[in-house]
Design a protein around this ligand. Structure first.
Ligand SMILES: [Zn+2]
Length: 227
């Protein structure tokens, strides 16, 4: 959180916050204020020796977490409400957001901030079968930044949603690759040996199983086309 926001929070709740670390994004500033207000008020109803202070405000698993020196059900209720709200509030800009998972972290971001983050991040190609196929023709890199992934997804002309796992769907979602983009399987599958050699270099998983799945999808499609 930027220093101006941090100073404003500490000035508004000096007893409660003290010098406790505040490790959240600017987008949650209002949320933090809305939580600290009733928290401070509730603390004032307690005997002075029992009043807790904040140990830390942080982001964990994509949501707002507050650690108190001691707590009560009333205080926990206030913290829980803020935690819940943070899961639908972009931590970066404060607009409505979604709790999302990228390769390592849970984050709550709006679609604009999610795309920005996804474009800057590095993505390990072998985790995304469809991306791996598209990349196999063009690069030997093991990971690519989101901009390059975006280009690759757009370079294809027909998507086979049957091959996409949930991680890959989420990546495509973050990069805002719509259902209207249809990467072409058939084009890649016209030269299976070349495809196999290329995939060997980028895929670390069981390639035979992967190829069998692709064959199955293609055969199913052919059967449907022939009906
Ligand atoms: Zn945002």
């Amino acid at each position: 959180m930027n220093p101006t926001y941090q100073r404003a929070l500490r000035a508004a709740y000096p007893r409660l916050l003290g010098t406790a670390p505040i490790g959240i994004g600017d987008g949650w500033y209002s949320l933090a204020r809305d939580m600290l207000d009733p928290l401070d008020e509730e603390c004032r109803t307690m005997p002075e020796v029992e009043r807790p202070t904040v140990e830390a405000i942080e982001q964990k698993y994509g949501s707002l977490r507050v650690h108190l020196t001691n707590s009560t059900p009333e205080l926990e209720h206030i913290l829980f409400k803020a935690e819940e709200q943070s899961e639908t509030t972009c931590e970066k800009c404060g607009k409505p957001g979604l709790l999302r998972q990228d390769e390592m972290w849970w984050v709550t971001l709006c679609h604009v901030c999610a795309r920005e983050r996804a474009e800057k991040a590095l993505w390990c190609i072998s985790n995304y079968p469809w991306l791996a196929m598209l990349a196999a023709w063009r690069t030997k890199a093991k990971s690519l930044d989101g901009r390059a992934c975006h280009e690759l997804y757009l370079s294809a002309t027909l998507t086979d949603s049957g091959i996409l796992n949930s991680e890959e769907r989420e990546l495509m979602n973050m990069l805002q690759i719509g259902d209207d983009v249809d990467p072409s399987f058939e084009r890649l599958l016209t030269e299976p040996d070349k495809l196999r050699a290329a995939l060997d270099e980028v895929l670390t998983g069981p390639l035979d199983k992967f190829m069998a799945e692709i064959r199955e999808i293609r055969e199913k499609r052919e059967r449907e086309d022939n009906k």
